[in-house]
Design a protein around this ligand. Structure first.
Ligand code: ADE
Ligand code: ZN
Length: 330
């Protein structure tokens, strides 16, 4: 099948990926043993099968509980470097040429792991992928919306010490009841310091969250955004402005944003001529990396070869350009 061949073989950009969401059970247990994280080993009987069996979710929040618990195994700079290195080798195998990687700072800080440890470790992993694969990489700190804005502001002030290691600021975490406009000051501060800004919006929550991400936070991309289809005026706006939506099909199924791929909104988003691309969100938890997501939409949503070309082209169009690559071209 031509669409499947193109999806597998062509170069692509990954723009919606939480690095903590690439923690495979095998690595989680290895790090738990190394770091003596007994609670996790006990809860999952030190077994990959038992841990993977816990990856059954009924909503975003039911996933976030497991995801935040498993993060406890990440403790040293070397742990974060290994996590990033292992992910980027998989991404390279999927022909990812440009990877923008999200990380959560506040969850790590709350369990005593400093921003310096996280950023230095991830940067080392990203740097090695640049060296080994010639991949362009970017690091995006996500503000966690379940915490107050004061917490976000403190995190951003701390992040200023790593201004050049962090390429952008995002917004993630428990969406419903934590609307974007609560973070208007934090995002204004991020923009004032020249950071690019993105936000999760319209994953579970209604279209007004997407409007707020655009208007109150002035984001350059919307992560998920699939619920825009509930608001025709918003769809017209997104078509006119071509603000990119980073859509994660397997995530949407696993978190019950939609019932199954045959009713996934991707086909309609393409038909509405929006700027959409396909990404993997938390692939260790949702059953597949980037090529798995692309193959799934080819097989189950009526996405054809020409659509794959559009999706992959959009992934690069929506990416934050890579200075290093530009220098090479110049
Ligand atoms: N953190 C990790 N994955 C997430 C998602 N899909 N939505 C919100 N926060 C997240
Ligand atoms: Zn996400």
């Amino acid at each position: 099948d031509l669409a499947e061949q193109l999806a597998t073989a062509l170069p692509k950009a990954e723009l919606h990926l939480h690095i903590e969401g690439t923690l495979e059970p095998q690595l989680a247990l290895a790090l738990a043993r190394k770091n003596g994280v007994k609670a996790l080993l006990d809860e999952y009987a030190d077994s990959e099968e038992v841990l993977r069996a816990a990856y059954r979710f009924s909503s975003l929040d039911s996933f976030l509980r497991v995801y935040y618990a498993c993060m406890a195994v990440l403790q040293t700079e070397a742990d974060f470097a290994r996590l990033a290195t292992e992910y980027l080798a998989r991404a390279h195998a999927d022909r990812v040429r440009h990877a923008e990687v999200f990380f959560d700072a506040q969850a790590h800080a709350r369990r005593g792991v400093s921003l310096a440890t996280v950023v230095r470790g991830l940067r080392a992993g990203l740097h090695s992928a640049q060296q080994r694969f010639g991949m362009c990489t970017r690091l995006i700190l996500c503000i966690q919306r379940e915490y107050p804005e004061e917490d976000a502001l403190c995190t951003l002030h701390e992040a200023l010490a790593f201004r050049d290691d962090i390429d952008g600021i995002g917004l993630d975490g428990s969406e419903v009841a934590n609307p974007p406009e609560r973070f208007a000051r934090a995002f204004a501060l991020a923009r004032a310091h020249g950071w690019r800004v993105v936000a999760h919006a319209g994953e579970e929550a209604p279209p007004n969250y997407i409007w707020a991400a655009l208007n109150a936070l002035q984001v350059q991309r919307v992560d998920h955004g699939v619920r825009c289809l509930d608001d025709p005026q918003l769809v017209r706006h997104l078509r006119r402005t071509q603000v990119p939506l980073t859509v994660c099909p397997l995530s949407n199924i696993q978190l019950r944003v939609c019932a199954d791929l045959s009713v996934h909104p991707l086909r309609r988003l393409l038909d509405e001529q929006l700027c959409v691309s396909v990404h993997s969100d938390d692939p260790a938890y949702f059953g597949g990396y980037l090529n798995d997501n692309l193959l799934a939409v080819v097989r189950h949503t009526g996405v054809r070869a020409a659509d794959i070309l559009r999706l992959l082209h959009a992934s690069f169009r929506a990416s934050f350009p890579c200075e290093r690559a530009r220098q090479h071209e110049a």
